[in-house]
Design a protein. Structure first.
Lengths: 347, 256
């Protein structure tokens, strides 16, 4: 259910209350946005398409983490591990059984769901930092298992996968379809009783229990669905790159995903999408900025360090100055536009 | 409907919080559980609603029977699904959800939502507002409304009047009366404010030091010397320190 952003909107039925797009203006803007997304590859070059594909891949993982942490309130540092699990499932099925794309994708999601169930169990007894550490164990176990597979099967540089899609433009549409499906499924889940239960246990799990919500079941369902989605994103990543390696799923990747939901804005699917755009494009923006001031060549050896430092700084700035993230800024801009020329809503 | 017999609750396996507590809540009635801070009211309520485990407490003796079924040491959501809804003392609403979403948490679709807005009209105009932005009285209305969305047979309300103005408390009491009249919901109110509790209840129990020390109809309780002096502030020889009363006079009178 969306919150009305201005006066004059009246909802007279439960159905209207649950609509994703509330007003004619929202529907019009959505059509414009959808057309822009569909038309983007026709105008974009190879580099821009690759960036867009990276954003779409990241957005699926960010939405997965947002469901678990931003909505259900369960901290996870194991999402890079879950993506690795999805990628390795695709790699192993491809190498060992020559499984096709349409079989490896659901298999990866199923493996992710099983891992989510197993590593969601500690959440029934643990909270906060303790839960975070227990999910971190998942990351190390999966990465260790993946490395072992690479070593034992002689794929020391990684598992090569033949992608059924070669063209970057075709990939864009495939990834756009998966990302749109992930967003739509998530939004629908959040409108359902399951989604309300997740948000309720994030706020007050005791009150949720008093109202008949099975807190343990809700936590586990959040882990399972989020993990399946993260593993799916890992599987797509493996096909997109045509390559699976344990080194691609470092702890830094987990931190990047946590950054996406913090910078984007906790408790918002739009926040997850904005965060994934920001975090994927940020290193390129830094590089472009350094080039524009003529420092790129002098500091080329320090590019990675500058990137890390700038990334850390941005995280701190968002945490301190804008805890609601990019989505908070976006809502303030909307409010400003809706209220102009006034500055405050009346009582 | 609800029958508690010789209930004993122990915290951390060693500290006995309540002992030998017996009470009955007949169907369709409003029963008040009175007592000062630390008397054991909230512990009794937690035992009834299944929340003892949160504080490392457990029922070590006695029984709680609801509609013929044993409730002792059941999980909170199972108790809620049996038809017992709790309105907690503090932190009772989901701040990150709107009023309408709060009401829909316990159910799939808002079937009873319209009825809740009839009992609490103030909530209807706030339905799109996040619960974190509500006032204390509005939160209490929303918490009661959310509990009623479970269509409970028995409503447990912890400290209805806590932190609210007398006008708001009066309004809430009227609303609860209307709910009882319309839905026939049985209620157990845990209160420190005896004035409020005895205004609405059909029967009352008084707890002190983990035991039920007095029970009766509101008329009987109102006329009791100790209730008049220590809960209603009527009569007595001189204005006493509440702590002294609690430590000495009251215990001497009730426990001999």
């Amino acid at each position: 259910m969306s919150v009305p952003r201005a006066s004059g909107y009246f909802r007279t039925s439960y159905r209207e209350d649950q609509r994703l797009l509330d007003t004619r203006s929202q529907r019009s803007w959505f059509v414009v946005f959808a057309l822009a997304m569909l038309g983007f590859p026709l105008l974009a070059g190879t580099f821009a398409l690759d960036l867009a594909n990276q954003v779409l891949l990241a957005s699926i993982g960010a939405v997965a983490l947002m469901l678990l942490t931003g909505y259900a309130g369960q901290i996870s540092l194991g999402h890079a591990g879950l993506m690795a699990a999805g990628a390795f499932t695709a790699g192993i099925l491809f190498k060992e059984l020559a499984a096709p794309f349409w079989a490896t994708v659901p298999a990866s999601a199923a493996v992710g769901a099983l891992l989510g169930l197993a590593f969601g169990l500690p959440s029934l007894r643990l909270r906060g930092l303790y839960l975070a550490v227990s999910t971190l164990a998942l990351h190390f176990i999966v990465i260790y298992a993946g490395s072992e597979y690479e070593t034992r099967r002689g794929f020391s540089t990684g598992v090569v996968i033949d992608s059924p899609i070669a063209d970057a433009r075709a990939w864009y549409y495939v990834l756009l379809a998966f990302a749109a499906a992930a967003v739509l499924v998530s939004l629908n889940l959040l409108r359902s009783r399951t989604g309300r239960a997740w948000r309720a246990i994030r706020a007050r799990d005791t009150v949720a229990g008093a109202l008949g919500i099975g807190v343990q079941g809700a936590k586990l369902s959040a882990f399972v669905i989020s993990s399946a989605l993260a593993a799916l994103s890992g599987c797509l990543f493996a096909y997109y790159r045509g390559f699976v390696s344990a080194e691609a799923f470092s702890l830094y990747l987990t931190i990047q995903y946590v950054a996406m939901i913090i910078i984007g804005g906790m408790g918002s699917i739009l926040g997850a999408l904005l965060g994934s755009v920001f975090v994927v494009l940020f290193p390129y923006a830094i590089e472009a900025a350094m080039k524009s001031v003529g420092l790129a060549e002098q500091l080329s050896s320090l590019l990675f360090a500058v990137n890390y430092a700038a990334f850390g700084l941005v995280m701190i700035l968002f945490l301190v100055l804008e805890p609601l993230g990019l989505v908070g800024i976006w809502r303030r801009v909307q409010d400003w536009l809706l209220l102009w020329p006034f500055r405050q809503k009346p009582l | 409907m609800l029958s508690v017999r010789k209930l004993e609750v122990t915290y951390h396996r060693v500290v006995t919080a309540i002992q030998g507590v017996s009470l009955d809540v007949p169907k369709g009635k409003i029963v008040a559980l009175l007592g000062s801070n630390g008397a054991g009211k909230t512990t009794t309520l937690r035992a009834l609603s299944g929340f003892l485990g949160l504080d490392d407490a457990r029922i070590t003796e006695g029984s709680i029977t609801y509609a013929g079924r044993e409730l002792a040491n059941q999980a909170p959501h199972r108790i809620a699904r049996m038809g017992i809804a709790l309105v907690p003392e503090r932190n009772k609403v989901f701040d990150n959800l709107t009023v309408a979403e709060n009401l829909r948490v316990p159910v799939g679709k808002g079937t009873l939502e319209a009825a809740i807005y009839e009992y609490f009209p103030a909530l209807a105009r706030l339905r799109s507002r996040e619960a974190g932005l509500l006032s204390g009285g509005e939160r209490q209305m929303l918490a009661i409304g959310s509990a009623l969305m479970c269509a409970p047979q028995l409503l447990l309300v912890d400290e209805l009047s806590l932190g609210l103005s007398p006008l708001m408390v009066h309004e809430l009491v009227e609303r609860l009366r209307a709910v009882r009249l319309a839905l026939g919901t049985t209620m157990l109110l845990v209160e420190q404010n005896a004035q409020v509790a005895l205004e609405i209840a059909d029967y009352g129990y008084v707890m002190e030091n983990g035991r039920v020390v007095l029970d009766g109809t509101p008329e009987r309780l109102r006329s009791h010397e100790d209730i008049r002096e220590f809960y209603l502030g009527i009569g007595g020889t001189a204005r006493r320190s509440y702590r002294e009363v609690k430590q000495y006079r009251r215990s001497r009178r009730w426990f001999g």
